[in-house]
Write a protein that binds this ligand. Structure first.
Ligand SMILES: [Zn+2]
Length: 81
């Protein structure tokens, strides 16, 4: 999986943010610093990546692609957590 470059500082020390209830694998990856869990609330303009260098979140959700990372949505868009 190619790393996204941070638009703020140019670092490529970025992590993907996943939303929804994490699977065990996703949770392990987050514990290992390989991704960030974004929580169960999903909107149409959530950031998709997090920069470890400058602590900025960036990127905008433009598809359901990120859910292929292994997150299971328990609260579909538009519901309250
Ligand atoms: Zn950055």
């Amino acid at each position: 999986m190619p790393k996204k470059r941070c638009p703020a500082c140019g670092s490529n020390h970025t992590l993907k943010i996943i939303y929804g209830e994490p699977t065990y694998e996703a949770f392990e990856a987050a514990e290992g610093g390989e991704l960030v869990l974004g929580g169960c609330c999903v909107t149409s303009n959530d950031p998709t990546h997090f920069c470890k260098t400058c602590d900025q979140q960036f990127g905008v959700t433009d598809s359901m692609l990120q859910y292929d990372m292994g997150a299971t949505l328990t609260h579909p868009t538009g519901t309250n957590c």
